[in-house]
Design a protein around this ligand. Structure first.
Ligand SMILES: Nc1ncnc2c1ncn2[C@@H]1O[C@H](COP(=O)(O)OP(=O)(O)O)[C@@H](O)[C@H]1O
Ligand SMILES: N[C@@H](CC(=O)OP(=O)(O)O)C(=O)O
Length: 397
């Protein structure tokens, strides 16, 4: 029997009623002749609530303990979904990431999957059971519990689909796939029928939460086709694969990212030293601009995702101790990014983006372009209006 991996995000398993609906959907798939592996995220805002609990105890919680705490969220949903399925007469069993053979490196809070040994899952599938796996977590080769970074359940699903040679990897959320912009911000956003891995990775890295960037990276490396679709409706969703179907517009989507801090380093800070400092603390990010001209009062702009920084206040203090006022911490800025293939073939997309910002009197602090994206760094207050305006001007609605 073919294997299918389905992943249900936090919004799809937020309460008992929704868990019941998910169980019915899983049952339908099984009745249609599939062996089903279900990856679940923590219910609703559970991960944020657990993080807040930790913050109540410590400003900069030790990452190992944070992982122990945060993995509980997914354990709750996996056990409840297994109960809901068994209640509907479907044999099911739940496994933690560790029991599922998700082996990671030891980078707590941002672990990367290095190997998947899904033997217990395969045994239980052979026993006719639906297997439910706690997403977002694994175990390191030192036998420590780890988490994969925010949104990491998508990565669990793709990695399992690859290891089990599944026929499909279906990622369910509260929207029917990937849209040309966040439908909550741009109600006219259009659903995209298909996207390439590269386009999706770019959108996800620039803030489109609907799929996780690392999951797309895995899918690309292993040739896994992802189907993103709604958990509670009958939409056709979006297919993410090697090649996308071409569309009229070069720009496929516009997305914003507010969950960042921007480090502005002046010319006195050797860039190598700052990057080494960040690497030593496992703080990732992207460069938005770097002016390295000799003699120029050059500055470097580095955007770092706040979701990855569990003690931002402590990090700020350490930055000040090490670099003084030469590195500024700005948390009032965010990015708007247009994604599509060949965006730097000419200057038109960047010109349009700049004039849209000008039309809103939004000061542009930095820009960055690549063949796949054009990004503007603006005040957070401008992110939503600028996303809507760029969508209208570049995608026609
Ligand atoms: N381009 C986009 N297309 C679709 N949804 C998007 C996009 N950008 C942001 N989103 C947001 O992503 C949300 C789904 O992702 P997420 O909240 O992580 O779901 P889940 O908790 O189910 O994993 C949607 O509710 C939507 O607001
Ligand atoms: N619960 C984790 C992992 C996850 O993937 O969640 P979701 O699928 O709801 O984005 C988080 O909130 O980051």
């Amino acid at each position: 029997m073919p294997i299918v991996v389905q992943k249900y995000g936090g919004s799809s398993v937020a309460d008992a009623e929704k868990l019941g609906k998910v169980a019915r959907r899983v049952k339908e798939k099984r009745d249609a002749g599939y062996q089903v592996v279900v990856v679940v995220s923590a219910m609703g805002d559970t991960t944020d609530d657990l993080l807040a609990l930790a913050k109540g105890v410590s400003a900069d919680p030790p990452r190992r303990e944070l992982d122990m705490l945060l993995t509980c969220g997914e354990r709750i949903s996996m056990a409840l979904l297994s109960m809901a399925l068994q209640e509907q007469g479907v044999p099911a069993i739940s496994f933690t990431g560790s029991q599922s053979g998700i082996i990671t490196n030891d980078a707590h809070a941002q672990a990367r999957i290095v190997e998947v040994r899904p033997y217990r899952i395969q045994d239980e599938l052979a026993n006719g059971k639906v297997v439910i796996v706690a997403g977002y977590q694994g175990v390191s080769y030192k036998k420590e519990v780890t988490t994969l970074g925010r949104g990491g359940s998508d990565t669990t699903a793709v990695a399992l689909a690859a290891a089990l040679e599944a026929e499909a990897c279906e990622i369910y959320s509260d929207v029917d796939g990937v849209f040309s912009a966040d439908p909550r911000v741009v109600p006219d956003a259009r659903k995209l029928e298909s996207l390439s891995y590269d386009e999706m990775q770019e959108l996800a890295s620039a803030g489109a939460k609907v799929l996780n960037a690392q999951a797309v990276e895995w899918a690309k490396a292993r040739g896994i086709t992802i189907l993103a679709r709604t958990a509670h409706g009958q939409g056709t969703g979006t297919v993410v694969q090697e090649l996308a179907v071409p569309t009229d517009s070069r720009v496929k989507g516009v997305t914003a990212d507010a969950e960042m801090a921007v480090l502005v380093a002046n010319a006195s800070v050797p860039l190598q030293e700052l990057l080494e400092f960040l690497d030593a603390r496992a703080v990732r990010g992207r460069t938005l601009a770097h002016d390295g001209l000799p003699g120029a009062p050059g500055r470097t702009f580095l955007a770092i995702p706040l979701a990855d920084v569990h003690g931002p206040e402590a990090l700020q203090r350490e930055l000040t101790t090490r670099f003084g006022t030469a590195v500024e911490w700005r948390d009032g800025w965010g990015t708007v990014t247009c994604v599509g293939v060949g965006l730097n073939a000419d200057w038109v997309p960047l010109r349009k983006a700049l004039s849209a910002a000008e039309g809103l009197s939004a000061r542009v602090h930095a820009v960055s372009t690549s063949p796949l994206q054009v990004t503007l760094l603006v005040d957070k207050a401008h992110l939503k209006p600028l996303t809507a305006r760029l969508h209208r001007e570049l995608l026609g609605s």
